[in-house]
Design a protein around this ligand. Structure first.
Ligand code: NDP
Length: 403
């Protein structure tokens, strides 16, 4: 029976917390700790039951010593980091010092410079190894499930993979002219970076949101998808060494892109501090403060997400294409957890990764990406815990598919 310490209590955490509480065959105790304790207390009051004991704590996880103190007080088996990517490094450091398993859902970032590389977390491998515990990186949907999908394809359907195209489409509508589906600061930093994809051993860079394809996607119809950089490109290239090309596409509506361009043009998406009325502020953090809080979008959002991978390669000398994806309904997610599908599709895999480590089904010592473990138990749990997947061996979804 395991004890989880969840750090962060926002949109993604709210789903991860509820799924951990539901999985009482694995988790018997949970501590929820975040910067603002009131949300943690509300969950603790709601979820504490005969099946699981839930406690709330306050923590500022920017500081290693605070996290160490919290871990030493509660002795969790695993820390589930669903705070922000700025907290990854201090929480990892605390997990090394206390010899505690670690999990996150997004690559580490620093506040004053947009961009991310797994190198900043991979350097901790030897220290996690010495501590004898696992750090599992990127156990959300993308990154996360997309890597598990790719490794499942490699294990069961391909001798060699040539290309992977990851498609993250949101057919949901929340009725606001402009709002982001997860933390606006993290989301806008990611989207405004130059597009980057992997081809023949190196990265090709294109201007942000400059490459568009229209894909026809199951249950959500045609969507304009834009090439972006995403962290699983880096881990997939490392762990599927024969792969020739990996691209990541995300869907955006025209109204969203028009708002984003205006905000960029006037400097509102900048992460560089400016002086305002005698006080230093970061324009993007100010923008976050006035945009709708993603955790309030649940009741307003209708429609579905469709996220998956188109994988091409060879099996027994024959060319083969495999498409694997999940469709998640915003309204059904809200009905079950009070959160829309973006938080749902991230929070469920966070619980699954934590459960597999807590049970020793995924085990090791060091820093690991999702690609390094057996995909089968994770794929089984996706079906069981609310994210069933669909396979298609003959996908026809895009006019310029071969581009
Ligand atoms: P939210 O902004 O909704 O929640 C973040 C939470 O972290 C809040 O509870 C916040 O507290 C807390 N927090 C922030 N700073 C600190 C700190 N210094 N110490 C302790 N707690 C802190 O974000 P989301 O739930 O939308 O996103 C959570 C994570 O999930 C992010 O890392 C994001 O990148 C990742 N993600 C991953 C996806 C995937 O598919 N892999 C998809 C979507 C998101 P407070 O309430 O005080 O602000």
């Amino acid at each position: 029976m395991a004890k989880a310490l969840v750090i962060g209590c926002g949109a993604v955490a709210s789903v991860a917390i509820q799924k951990i509480a539901q999985n009482h065959a694995v988790f018997k105790e949970m501590v929820i700790a975040s910067r603002s304790v009131h949300k943690c207390e509300a969950f603790a009051a709601k979820l504490n039951s005969e099946h699981i004991s839930v406690l709330a704590e306050q923590v500022d996880a920017d500081h290693v010593e605070n996290v160490v103190k919290l871990i030493e007080k509660h002795h969790p088996d695993i820390v589930v980091n669903v705070a922000l990517p700025y907290q990854n490094i201090p929480i990892m450091e605390a997990c090394i010092q206390t010899k505690t398993h670690y999990l996150d859902t997004a690559c580490a970032e620093v506040r004053d410079q947009a961009g991310f590389e797994y190198g900043t977390q991979w350097v901790y491998h030897e220290r996690f190894k010495e501590a004898g515990v696992v750090a599992l990186l990127g156990s959300g949907f993308d990154p996360g499930v997309t890597s598990v999908f790719s490794m499942y394809a490699k294990k069961h359907y391909f001798d060699e993979i040539d290309t992977i195209d990851i498609l993250d489409a949101n057919g949901g509508d929340h009725g606001y002219p402009f709002a982001t589906n997860f933390n606006p600061e993290i989301n806008i930093r990611e989207i405004t970076l130059p597009g980057r994809y992997y081809e023949n051993g190196s990265y090709k860079v294109v201007p942000a949101l400059s490459r568009k394809h229209e894909y026809l996607l199951d249950q959500i119809g045609p969507k304009n998808m834009y090439l972006m950089y995403h962290e699983e490109i880096e881990s997939l290239a490392r762990f599927i060494p024969e792969v020739k090309r990996i691209r990541f596409y995300m869907s955006f509506g025209d109204a969203y892109l028009t708002h984003l361009r205006v905000l960029e043009n006037i400097g509102m998406t900048s992460v560089k501090p400016i002086m305002f009325q005698g006080q230093e502020i970061v324009p993007l953090q100010f923008l976050k403060a006035i945009l709708p809080d993603p955790s309030t979008l649940g009741p307003r959002t209708k429609g579905k997400t469709n996220i998956g991978c188109i994988i091409k390669g060879r099996k027994d000398g024959k060319e083969k294409t495999y498409y694997v994806y999940n469709v998640c309904d915003h309204e059904a997610s809200f009905k079950e957890t009070g959160s829309q599908a973006i938080a749902y599709t991230t929070g469920v895999p966070a619980m699954i990764g934590a459960a597999l480590i807590a049970q020793g089904i995924w085990q090791g010592a060091g820093v690991y990406n999702m690609e390094q473990f057996n995909p089968d138990p994770f794929m089984d749990m996706l079906n069981k815990w609310g994210l069933p997947w669909v396979e298609n061996f003959n996908p026809v979804m895009i006019e310029d598919y071969e581009d």
